[in-house]
Write a protein that binds this ligand. Structure first.
Ligand code: DGL
Length: 266
C-alpha cells in the first residue's frame, strides 16, 4: 500500500471538526489525527504567551509521535498569532485558518460582520486583513465566547437557544448583509445562526478554502489509488465529563472514541 499522508488537525475544542469535515470531503483517502487542547479552552480568553507556548509544545510533540505530514491549525484564535513560530520550528507544512474577510467583502453590498472570539477581533493580524481586503466595506466586529460554548454544547447533545443566539447577534442584525464565521466553532451552528438572522445574511467561512489549500500542498497524492485508515485518532488534553454524545457525533465522522493525550504532562 502506498504511504498515506497523515494530517494533524488542531483546535482548542470541537470547532476544528468543521474544518476536518471540509478537508475529508475533498480528500477522503488520507489519514487524520484530531487533537484538541480542552485543558486551555477557551483560547479566545487565553493570554497570548500561554497560547503560543501550548500550541508550540503540543503540535511539535504530536508531529514527532505520529510522523505527521501536514498540520492544520483549525483555529482562528491560534492561527492569527502562532503560524510564524510553528513554521519556524516544524519541517512539515502548516496550514492556518484565518477569517475569510476577502470573499465576504467581495460578496457584500452593504457591510460585513466578523463574528469571532474576543481575542481574534483584537488581533493585529485581523485588523491587517480588514485593512487590506475590505477597503470599501465597513467591517463590524462581534467577539463572543458564549457562541463558542454554544457550539461545544450542541455537539455534547444540548439544544441551541435561538433567542439567546438572536440576542448575541443583535448588534449585527439589519446592519450587515454578509457575516464571516471567524471561529471554526461557528460553522457547527450555521443553520441556527442563519435562522437568528432570519436567513437574510450570507454566512462565509474558511473551511472549503482550507481544504483546497491542503489538497494543493499534497498535489502528488493519488486519492484513488490509496485507501485511508478506517478509524482516525482523536485526542484531548484534559479529562472530558460526559463524552457519550460527543463520541456518538465523532463516530459518524470516522473517529474512534476520544483518548487522553499520550504525553501526560501537556
Ligand atoms: N475554534 C477556535 C477559533 O477558531 C477558538 C475557540 C476558543 O477556544 O475560544 O478561534
Amino acid at each position: 500500500m502506498p504511504n498515506i499522508p497523515k494530517i494533524l488537525i488542531f483546535d482548542s475544542g470541537v470547532g476544528g471538526l468543521s474544518v476536518f469535515k471540509e478537508i475529508k470531503a475533498l480528500l477522503p483517502h488520507l489519514d487524520y489525527t484530531y487533537l484538541f487542547d480542552n485543558k486551555a479552552y477557551p483560547y479566545g480568553e487565553l493570554p497570548q504567551s500561554i497560547l503560543i507556548s501550548r500550541v508550540e509544545n503540543l503540535i511539535q510533540r504530536m508531529v514527532q509521535l505520529q510522523s505527521i505530514d501536514l498540520v492544520v491549525i483549525a483555529c482562528n484564535t491560534a492561527s492569527t498569532i502562532v503560524l510564524p513560530r510553528l513554521r519556524q520550528i516544524l519541517t512539515v507544512p502548516v496550514v492556518g485558518v484565518v477569517p475569510a474577510i476577502k470573499p465576504a467583502s467581495n460578496l457584500s453590498h452593504k457591510a460585513v460582520g466578523l463574528i469571532a472570539t474576543p481575542a481574534t477581533i483584537k488581533r493585529e493580524y485581523t485588523h491587517h486583513l480588514i485593512h487590506n481586503f475590505s477597503p470599501d466595506k465597513p467591517v463590524e466586529l462581534l467577539g463572543s465566547t458564549r457562541l463558542v460554548n454554544m457550539a461545544e454544547d450542541k455537539l455534547c447533545g444540548n439544544p441551541v437557544d435561538i433567542n439567546e443566539l438572536k440576542q448575541i447577534l443583535s448588534p449585527l442584525i439589519d446592519k450587515v448583509d454578509v457575516a464571516v464565521l471567524g471561529c471554526t466553532h461557528f460553522p457547527l451552528l450555521k443553520k441556527e445562526i442563519a435562522e437568528a438572522f432570519d436567513n437574510k445574511v450570507m454566512l462565509v467561512d474558511s473551511g472549503e478554502a482550507i481544504a483546497r489549500r491542503v489538497k494543493s500542498l499534497l498535489a502528488d497524492v493519488s486519492e484513488k489509488s490509496s485507501v485511508g485508515r478506517e478509524q482516525y485518532d482523536i485526542y484531548c488534553s484534559a479529562a472530558l465529563g460526559d463524552k457519550a454524545a460527543l463520541n456518538y457525533y465523532i463516530d459518524k465522522l470516522g473517529f474512534s472514541p476520544i483518548e487522553p493525550l499520550p504525553f501526560l504532562d501537556a
